[in-house]
Design a protein around this ligand. Sequence first.
Ligand code: ADP
Ligand code: ADP
Length: 225
Amino acid sequence: VPALSLQKVGRSYDQAGFSLDILRGADFQLWGGQSVALIAPSGAGKSTLLHVAGLLEKPDAGEVYVGGFATVDMADDERTALRRNEIGFVYQFHHLLPEFSAIENIMLPQMIAGYSKREAGERAAQLLEYLGLAARGKHRPAELSGGEQQRVAIARAVANGPGVLLADEPTGNLDPKTANHVFEALDAIVRATGLATLIATHNMELASRMDRRVTLQDGLVVELD
Ligand code: ADP
Ligand code: ADP
């Protein structure tokens, strides 16, 4: 089964009394080990698609399957548990907790998911090592460079071993060289874990190195090239 599957997904917002149809029956499938770039102009619905795919927002129509499980009619706590176990998120800004060290930031989602402090610490240390950040574990986010912060955010997002990683402009705030470094870190983790990734990006150079490229057109997901 696909790691993530959207079937005929609809999502509208009310804006000043008007219904704005952002997704209009969108179909999309993402397989394990695949990286897909989502390229579309601002306002097209990229964040909406990522939020619906990531079980943060419910669609108004259609179904979202994560790891083969239909999620729309699930109980809220079941859906939250599935999200915590199966979905990782990375944003344009790292959203690391400022009072905690890099390693603690990576440990937290694992401890929320029920792993022991020792297991969480070992996994976090491995991820830091893997991302070339072994010497940075004790630093707080403010003491890290922008690229290091994003790599810690990636480590946090994958710490629970999700099947799907969703990223919204993860390199949007970085210079090209740092963006490339962060992308390579992400790519290495995808290759090593068989994670499925959907990355909204305006960086065409990085998009060209991913497995597939899609856009949003009239509320549908459309394959490019
Ligand atoms: P993108 O990420 O491609 O820039 P978004 O998914 O953020 O697009 O937004 C698509 C459209 O939906 C925009 O017109 C935005 O204003 C609108 N929108 C997004 N979220 C909401 C919301 N919670 N309430 C009302 N309108 C929203
Ligand atoms: P919650 O506090 O809703 O239980 P979690 O702690 O399980 O959320 O968070 C899981 C992931 O979802 C985190 O990466 C978090 O940043 C992200 N997340 C949670 N709520 C939202 C939201 N409303 N918008 C964007 N991302 C969110």
